[in-house]
Design a protein around this ligand. Structure first.
Ligand code: OXD
Ligand code: MN
Length: 580
């Protein structure tokens, strides 16, 4: 036995009896172990080194071409009552789901090594952190977990002290899409994943634990587990405000979290706390504080270049695992919009030809430790987290949503979050570019009924009057020719500044039916050469379009029936009435 925790030892034994691995390895999270696993994967042919002069310690993993994204239609929340999972989730009865999964797991590790991976989500010493153990037969998962979480001996120690942990069982199985399921059992704090090696389906600390299971725990314990980046905005005077922002997958959370201010604002600084997940707790003063449960980034590669995200571009020049990118003739990683080099091979390992699609898969990813980011905030390791001044929701909308607007109250902000809709991206299998409702950017990740989730969000305004202000942004407005109206990237700093000024009571705004919008001079855009009509359209609303939107949104809310909180209905009514 390799742990003092009886429940963990017994579970590992039970899993081994079911899956029948050739051997069992307990991971300690050391650098030596990482190097050993990297060598093993090279021997097995599942990882290859990239050009060691230009990209030291960088590796390429090419996945099965049918296993490149999250699979929402195969992802289930298995609660005893179907209503607890809600219409926002696929549901299966726990016993049925377990029987199905046990059938798949039966003997599935025959001839393979079973790795036991203890991990801690959040700084190991933080009271807000939570631990888990992932059992997996995938060396790729082990090396990614090492970069993405606090993994190994320290996590195991905390589990032994605390006695509780989330159980995650993963096997890549045969990578057959017909034998692939991601099941969650929030009542038992456990996860079962089979048939995929893709990050969001297989690195169980991330979406499965830190969002789906954690959101359930958070509701019971009075906190929030959210699909949010966390950043610090430091002014030239040295004052730092922290912002948490929720956007759907592949909508620019990583870019915003690592933003480099434009020349005009070069005395400002953005610090990254996290790029994907935030756990928000209320402290004794009624202040919301955030920690990032993760320790690394699993980011979308295409589009990353020295202009769009210089921090990320530089951080992935070394010590990075690339998944499903192309390569150049001299074996450097290559992706669309890298703006450097030419592809020689594509993500399937074939010679590149423009007719056979992009060189890098649109959802190709980098995995890298957060410490490689030169903008990584030292407070990311603070056990007490950082105080949040503003919460931002956003989506990818060609039309409708203005550049930025502010909620009139917390409860109104909850309505705005619930109303998030966005065009789908390559982060999940399925059609790309269709608008779908994605409340709080949590549609794929909320581990329980959205109606109960909104009630939980609304309950925060009953606990304190010290809550962050809530905003909504849309960087993605386009004209009829498909050109973006707002330059985005570094220029988004101007919008963040407006938010912080609003928090401090220092900026004017115009009240509209949907919230407060910046006044014409409220955001400094004078040097951006934006046509005045375009600027007007970015900071105003079209009442007809909004009436239609509120009507569609109302139908969506109605689909949650009686469980929908009355307060949310009232907020919806108030906005609709104001639109007339
Ligand atoms: C991610 C996602 O990988 O949201 O972060 O899909
Ligand atoms: Mn995400």
């Amino acid at each position: 036995m390799t742990t003092k925790n009886q429940a963990l030892a017994a579970w590992v034994q039970d899993v081994a009896t079911l899956t029948r691995p050739q051997s069992i390895v307990w991971c300690d999270g050391s650098d030596e172990e990482y190097d050993r696993m990297v060598s093993l994967m090279q021997e097995q042919g599942t990882l290859s080194p990239l050009n060691s002069e230009t990209h030291p310690n960088c590796y390429l993993h090419l996945s099965d071409p049918q296993d490149v994204a999250r699979v929402e239609h195969l992802t289930y929340i298995c609660t005893s009552e179907e209503e607890d999972a809600g219409a926002n989730n696929n549901w299966l009865a726990p016993e049925e789901a377990k029987a199905k999964m046990e059938g798949l797991y039966d003997g599935c590790m025959d001839g393979r090594t079973m790795y036991v991976v203890p991990y801690c989500m959040g700084p190991v010493k933080s009271p807000y952190s939570r631990c888990g153990v992932e059992i997996t037969d995938s060396p790729y998962v082990v090396i990614n977990m090492k970069l993405m979480t606090r993994m190994g001996t320290l996590a195991l120690k905390r589990i032994e002290q605390e006695g509780s942990f989330v159980k995650g069982l993963h096997s890549t199985g045969e990578l057959d899409p017909n034998r692939r399921f991601i099941m969650h059992f929030p009542e038992e704090l456990s996860i079962m994943s089979y048939g995929s090696g893709y990050g969001g389906n297989a690195l169980l600390g991330k979406k499965c634990h830190a969002l789906r299971i954690a959101s359930w725990q958070a509701r019971k314990e009075g906190w929030l587990a959210e699909h949010m980046l966390i950043l610090g905005l430091e002014s030239p005077e040295g004052e730092t405000h922290y912002i948490a922002a929720a956007f759907p997958s592949a909508c620019g959370k990583t870019n915003l979290a690592m933003l480099i201010p434009p020349e005009k604002y070069k005395d400002w600084k953005i610090w990254t706390l996290g790029d994907d997940i935030a756990w928000l707790h209320m402290d004794d003063q009624g202040q919301l504080r955030a920690i990032n449960p993760e320790a690394g980034y699993f980011g979308v590669v295409p589009g990353t270049n020295a202009k769009t995200n210089r921090n990320a571009y530089e951080m992935i020049q070394q010590n990075t695992i690339f998944t499903n990118v192309g390569t150049t003739a001299d074996n450097q990683p290559w992706w669309e919009d890298k703006k450097q080099g030419e592809p020689a091979s594509d993500w399937k390992g074939n010679p590149y030809s423009s007719e056979s699609g992009p060189a890098a898969h649109p959802n190709s990813r980098f995995t890298v430790s957060a410490t490689e980011n030169t903008a990584y905030s030292s407070l990311a390791e603070a056990p007490e987290g950082v105080p949040i001044s503003a919460i931002v929701f956003g989506g990818r909308r060609k039309e409708l949503a203005p550049l930025v607007y502010e909620a009139k109250s917390w409860d109104h902000g909850v309505l705005i979050g619930a109303g998030v809709a966005s065009e789908t991206t390559a982060a999940a299998t399925g059609q790309v570019g269709v608008v779908r409702r994605d409340p709080m950017a949590m549609k794929p990740f909320c581990g329980y009924n959205f109606a109960d989730y909104w009630s939980h969000w609304l309950s925060f305004s009953e606990r304190t009057d010290n809550l962050p202000k809530i905003f909504h942004v849309n960087w993605f407005r386009q004209n009829d020719d498909g050109d973006f109206l707002w330059p985005g990237f570094g220029e988004n700093l101007r919008v963040l500044q407006w938010m912080i000024q609003r928090c401090k009571g220092d900026a004017d705004a115009v009240e509209t039916a949907i919230g407060y919008l910046p006044s014409e001079q409220g955001i400094d855009v004078a040097d951006l050469n934006i046509d005045p009509d375009v600027w007007q359209s970015l900071i105003s609303i079209n009442d007809d379009q909004w009436r239609q939107e509120m009507s569609d949104f109302g139908d969506y809310l109605d689909s949650f029936g009686d469980r929908l909180p009355e307060k949310l209905r009232e907020q919806h009514k108030a906005v609709s009435a104001a639109l007339g």
